[in-house]
Write a protein that binds this ligand. Structure first.
Ligand code: PTJ
Length: 212
């Protein structure tokens, strides 16, 4: 759908289209539409702008990612739809491994996300293999031995669930981006960036480039 540039909510509608397109491509789960709606509501409340607090958290996250020995970036269907190039650039500048980790079980969707990331420049994408995340029973427990098993810092954007707490219990540091500051993940992560991932991602990449 064409969104007129003059529309007052142009950016928000273009972002929504990205999710819809990726649902149609089988990359994003249909549930991703609901998640996007939740995010939009919170974004409205913060004026659809990156707050000064979020900017401070982005700086802290950049430092933590650069210092990490084995950082891993978890990718789900929504993140893949919204910032595919950003994920690839982030993994290159840190550098960190990209690992697919989805909640709504679908081997086909995992394969499509992998191909989508490769299309956007990824050289390597780790796939979930073994139930390595302890303390949880959802599909998110399936991880890659080369990724999560060795990770000291995990970037886990866009989740309101059980995984962040489990990763913390496993002794990992967790960085999240979530517009809902009340989500379970936002409340339990080591560093929480309350911002839209579409705005926060380029800022995070810029901060890491500065540090490097
Ligand atoms: O691909 P899958 O199967 O792993 O599914 C991915 C979703 C996102 C559907 C799944 O993880 C899910 O259901 O997520 P939740 O529980 O709805 O949580 C998503 C969180 O991300 C919510 O707290 C939203 O407020 C937040 N969110 C949504 N869109 C954005 C966002 N935060 C930042 N930027 C956004 N664009």
């Amino acid at each position: 759908m064409e969104v007129p540039k003059s529309h007052p909510r142009h950016i928000s509608l273009v972002t929504r289209n990205k999710i819809v397109e990726c649902v149609n491509k089988g990359i994003t789960s249909i549930h991703g539409l609901i998640a996007q709606g939740r995010g939009e509501a919170f974004d409205y409340l913060i004026g659809e702008k990156t707050t000064s607090k979020a900017k401070k958290q982005i700086k802290k996250a950049a430092k933590m990612l650069v210092k990490a020995k084995h950082p891993v970036i978890f990718v789900n269907g929504n993140v893949a739809a919204l910032v595919p190039k950003g994920l690839v650039t982030l993994s290159r500048v840190i550098p960190a491994k990209l690992e697919i980790n989805i909640f709504h079980k679908s081997r086909k969707r995992e394969e499509r996300i992998k191909k989508w990331l490769i299309k956007h420049g990824a050289k390597e994408v780790l796939m979930p293999k073994k139930p390595l995340v302890k303390y949880i029973e959802s599909n998110r427990r399936f991880c890659n031995p080369e990724g999560i098993a060795k990770a000291d810092v995990v970037f886990v954007p866009l989740e309101d669930g059980d995984r962040c707490e489990a990763l913390i219990k496993m002794g990992k540091k967790v960085i999240t981006i979530d517009l809902n500051h009340l989500s379970r993940t936002a409340k339990t992560a080591t560093i929480t960036i309350v911002d839209n991932i579409t705005r926060a991602m380029p800022l995070l990449i810029k901060e890491i480039e500065k540090l490097k």
